[in-house]
Design a protein around this ligand. Structure first.
Ligand SMILES: CCC(=O)SCCNC(=O)CCNC(=O)[C@H](O)C(C)(C)COP(=O)(O)OP(=O)(O)OC[C@H]1O[C@@H](n2cnc3c(N)ncnc32)[C@H](O)[C@@H]1OP(=O)(O)O
Length: 321
């Protein structure tokens, strides 16, 4: 088991308290609800100095690998981080491709679920260190950081129930990517590790903010401060992992993907309109001040009330025993 001594001290999930509420209260209401509902748009484009076009061009200069998207008839799509020669590290062009795939998923109105996986039995080793070296000046680093924050925020807000399927290692930015999904499923031998400290960094793709919300600030501090190796057992213990799969029988990754699809299928069974509405009310509850979240919930409720699924359920006189 890859459990360091520090890992033994991890606590159960804690919740953000009054300070978090305060921070939520000072965030901008109004536009937010609409923004979350539409599920599209940039969260960072208004920040000073961020020119998305400019950083896209810069990132495109570092090619390699791909981000592959398969939308299935079941309503579950599979997004694969594909750069096995570099343990699925993100080249610059892969960052841009990820943004394009997220745009495609934002427009996929029949979708209900998403599985994010790495190619060839490992998840993702973060940014390509060759890119990191070449854009190590503060200006470019900040632009890349804002680009990836924006993309991963949009990924998490998709009206799809999303799962990160963690086979092998999720390191650095790869660990951050796992937190941009609603759920994490781990395969025996899998590991999530925020190695940023050892790189003289902190997370910058939004991974710290999301991690705190998933495992609580105590556990997040220990994970980041100790660069802890979180294996499936520890992942379950601290609430980072939502399940442990059996994993590959033949090393191809196919079995783990099948298992993940079955696991996710328990939550995505039903009409797309209803599943997407469920995700929307949860995102608004998670991200918005209560008043705005309640307003958003009413708006979403209005989209399903009296809708085909609702009328069909009423006509069938369903019993919920
Ligand atoms: C957002 C901030 C960030 O993400 S900073 C980046 C954080 N990630 C890292 O530092 C990962 C560094 N890599 C490693 O620790 C190891 O390569 C890991 C992933 C554990 C795999 O070890 P091992 O199984 O022994 O394979 P290996 O080291 O021989 O790697 C195979 C080839 O892949 C490459 N690779 C791996 N990770 C990256 C990366 N992040 N960027 C660029 N290349 C990477 C290795 O260099 C190696 O390539 P080669 O075969 O030597 O040409």
């Amino acid at each position: 088991m890859v459990l360091s001594a520090a890992g033994q001290h991890l606590l159960r999930v804690s919740r953000p308290g009054a300070w978090g509420q305060h921070l939520l209260r000072v965030s901008r209401p109004g536009a937010w609800g609409q923004h979350l509902l539409s599920g599209i748009g940039s969260v960072s484009t208004t920040a000073k100095g961020f020119q998305e076009k400019e950083i896209r061009e810069k990132l495109q200069a570092f090619p390699g690998g791909s981000i592959d998207l398969v939308k299935q008839e079941s309503g579950i799509a599979v997004l694969t981080v594909n750069n096995p020669a570099r343990m699925n590290a993100f080249s610059g062009s892969m960052m841009v491709e990820l943004e394009e795939r997220v745009s495609q998923l934002e427009e996929w109105t029949e979708g209900k679920g998403l599985i994010v996986q790495g190619a060839a039995g490992t998840f993702c080793s973060g940014s390509d260190l060759n890119v990191v070296r070449d854009i190590s000046n503060p200006q470019d680093g900040m632009k890349m950081c804002m680009f990836m924050q924006n993309v991963l925020t949009r990924l998490l807000r998709l009206p799809l129930l999303s799962v990160a399927l963690v086979e092998g290692s999720a390191l650095g930015g790869g660990a951050e990517l796992t937190t941009a999904c609603d759920f994490r499923l781990m395969v025996p031998g899998g590991m999530i590790r925020f190695v940023h400290k050892h790189m003289g960094l902190v997370p910058g793709w939004g991974g710290a903010a999301r991690l705190v919300r998933i495992v609580g600030s105590q556990n997040a501090l220990k994970m980041l401060g100790g660069a802890l190796k979180v294996d499936p057992e520890m992942g379950l213990q601290i609430g980072l992992a939502d399940g442990v799969l059996e994993g590959s029988l033949d090393g191809s990754g196919a079995n783990a993907l099948l298992e993940a699809e079955q696991w996710l299928g328990c939550y995505t069974t039903g009409p797309a309109s209803v599943i997407r509405a469920i995700k929307k009310v949860v995102v608004s509850g998670r991200e918005l001040p209560l008043e705005v979240a309640l307003r958003t919930e009413r708006d979403v409720f209005g989209t399903v009330w009296g809708g085909p699924a609702n009328l069909q359920a009423l006509a069938s006189k369903a019993k919920h025993k």
